[in-house]
Design a protein around this ligand. Structure first.
Ligand code: CTP
Length: 420
């Protein structure tokens, strides 16, 4: 599973640092190439020599490494090792960056982009997925600052494992212990599997609100922030996909590294979607599309009068349903359903009426436009309610399920072909 993968293990200065020795061994047992990076504080707890022996590679303890030291790397990672600036090299080579144990201080520095040592510099420079296993005293874990920092890390896409609960070195008991090594290894496996899961595939995501003009200065719109769709685009990008993001009106900037196509109205979205979906492996319609537009847009600004104003609205096309009707073989279509009543039944109706493969059912328990979401994933076989999670975590779960369904469709086709 981890053969030919470079796992960089960042060890920061906590009592649990010794447990990282076992983690390194386990990762190597699974075939990974391991490079250990230690903060100066970590070296107070465990000697670099121990990690060098266990990993079979030089240990990075300084920002500007010894150029004579060379890592033993899988073939495909070698060209990336330039050997001039060690922390940049290591950041580039990493397939996954695990920080275990992650102290409250290292977590705070990672969140704020403060990088005085090799570990935090790599955290800042790497594009690899991060697995963070916090370990600290109970009160430090519970501190509002740490909890805010954890939320930020999660929202940026890091996988957080633990902490586990139990007796702590301080004599207190509660959450703060480093997670079980098995759980950290499993998170590394998942992160690696995800990173390459959409490599080279085209994923189209729509996000944000439509704006239907009333006159040259006024629009009909909705409260969608675009955050959910942007998180999906970002997560797909990080899995190696080529992403086209159809972006309507949003409250935030689109992620970098994706092709952005802007739309205003539902008709513009429809035209952009029809162009973009050709050859796409997945199409995810997270946009909040206005069901109606103003039948006759006023050419000049409407003037106020004392009388009631009546606007005649005409229905917009259902973009998702149109895509469903013309869905190409092997293309996976995901829709959203925002429901305030009979949620599950309505989501199922949308699944079949729009010929989608997966519906993300959203009941606005957390309001609209926040950073967390409570959703249920509904497909033809089952419905799974996810716990409240950051939009990035929800995005990962949607892509996991969509990938599973796509795999299953491919497998079904292959079996049918075999039978034929
Ligand atoms: N959608 C679409 N075109 C529309 C309306 C919705 O493509 N004109 C898509 C949305 O992007 C979403 C899904 O359809 O993926 C469901 O959107 P939602 O607003 O929940 O449902 P509607 O189809 O508009 O149905 P209703 O408003 O009656 O609940």
């Amino acid at each position: 599973m981890l053969r030919d993968r470079v796992v960089v293990v960042g060890v920061s200065g906590g009592i649990a640092a010794y447990k990282a020795c076992e983690l390194v061994r386990r990762l190597r047992d699974r075939g990974a190439t391991v490079i250990v990076v230690m903060t100066p504080a970590a070296q107070e707890f465990v000697g670099a020599l121990t990690f060098q022996a266990l990993s079979g590679n030089p240990v990075v303890t300084h920002m500007w490494g010894d150029q004579k030291q060379r890592f033993t790397l899988p073939l495909e990672s070698r060209p990336k090792q330039r050997g001039h600036v060690e922390h940049v090299d290591v950041a580039e080579i990493a397939d996954v960056f695990v920080i275990a144990p992650a102290t409250a201080d290292v977590i705070a520095r990672m969140v704020h982009g403060v990088a005085p040592d090799a570990l935090t510099a790599i955290a800042l420079a790497t594009r690899a997925p991060m697995v963070v296993a916090p370990a600290m005293d109970l009160q430090m874990w519970r501190a509002a600052a740490t909890q805010d920092n954890m939320r930020t890390l999660r929202a940026r896409g890091a996988t957080v494992v633990g902490p586990a609960s139990g007796a702590l070195a301080s004599g207190l008991a509660g959450p703060g212990r480093l997670a079980e090594i098995d759980d950290i290894v499993a998170a590394v496996d998942r992160a690696v599997a995800r990173t390459h899961s959409l490599r080279g595939q085209h994923v189209v995501v729509s996000a944000g609100a439509t704006q239907e003009p009333i006159d040259p200065v006024r629009v009909l719109t909705n409260r969608s922030s675009g955050k959910m769709g942007f998180a999906i685009a970002e997560a797909a990008r990080d899995r190696g996909a080529k992403v086209t993001l159809l972006a309507g009106h949003t409250s935030i900037e689109p992620p970098h590294g994706v092709a952005v196509v802007r739309f205003g109205t539902a008709l513009e979205l429809q035209a952009a979607a029809q162009r973009a979906v050709k050859g796409a492996a997945m199409v995810i319609m997270a946009a909040a599309v206005g069901d109606y537009r103003v039948a006759k847009v006023a050419a000049q600004k409407l003037k106020r009068s004392g009388d009631d104003l009546t606007l005649r609205l005409t229905p917009n096309p259902d973009v998702l349903a149109a895509l469903g009707a013309k869905k190409a073989k092997g293309q996976l279509l995901v829709g959203f359903a925002l429901e305030t009543q009979n949620a599950l039944a309505n989501a199922r109706k949308k699944l079949s009426a729009k010929r989608a493969d997966l519906i993300v059912l959203n009941t606005p328990q957390d309001g609209i436009g926040g950073d967390t979401n409570v959703v249920t994933l509904v497909d033809a076989d089952m419905s799974v309610q996810l716990p409240r999670a950051s939009k990035r975590e929800v995005a990962e779960a949607i892509l996991d399920r969509a990938s599973d369904l796509r795999g299953a469709t491919g497998a079904k086709r292959a079996t049918r072909k075999q039978r034929a």
